[in-house]
Ligand binder design. Sequence first.
Ligand code: SF4
Length: 207
Amino acid sequence: MPDELRLVASQIAACTKCDLYKGRENTVPGEGPIDAKIMFVGEGPGQNEDEQGRPFVGAAGKLLTDLLASIGLSRSDVFITNIVKCRPPNNRAPKKAEIEACNTYLIDQIRLINPQIICALGTPAIVTLLGEEYSATKVHGKPTSKNSLTILPMYHPAAALYDGSLKEVLASDFRTLRQLLDARTKLEQPIENGRSSRGRETLEKWI
Ligand code: SF4
């Protein structure tokens, strides 16, 4: 892990800013390359993630890996994290105060990675990144642009484990992700000889 991301991870490891620290086995800061073009932001660690200190390692993680493979990507191509870095008890949804307490780490990660596209997985992540009025049901698969960043809301892969019909919905939204990535890559090509088109836009400008 690059030093800058390691520093954020070490801050998370020592964090007691909300009560979720009390029940954690491990913090789950996230993983992936610092120059990832795509970030996935989920809800929070579950039991497997808490035990291993890694994001999306259970059944939902396997589905995420399969969905990535379906559009020619692997986990090592993307950065994967959550809106809270410690496991909520009994896998309940994180509370607003916990999300707000943890938000600084997500902002730091986004600033350091400076992705082109953020996939918000599930309504809590969508609300955190886009606002209270949004939900996975209403806006999944519909990208929103904020400065140089595109946010693509999706259902959380765990939702598709309970409702099989959502698997095709997710697969379709991943195809949209592939199209967005290809379009961004095409746009960058003429510019990259001289300078990067990926300006260091920061989250403060739009969150
Ligand atoms: S969830 Fe976030 S804010 Fe709360 S203790 Fe863990 S790292 Fe700190």
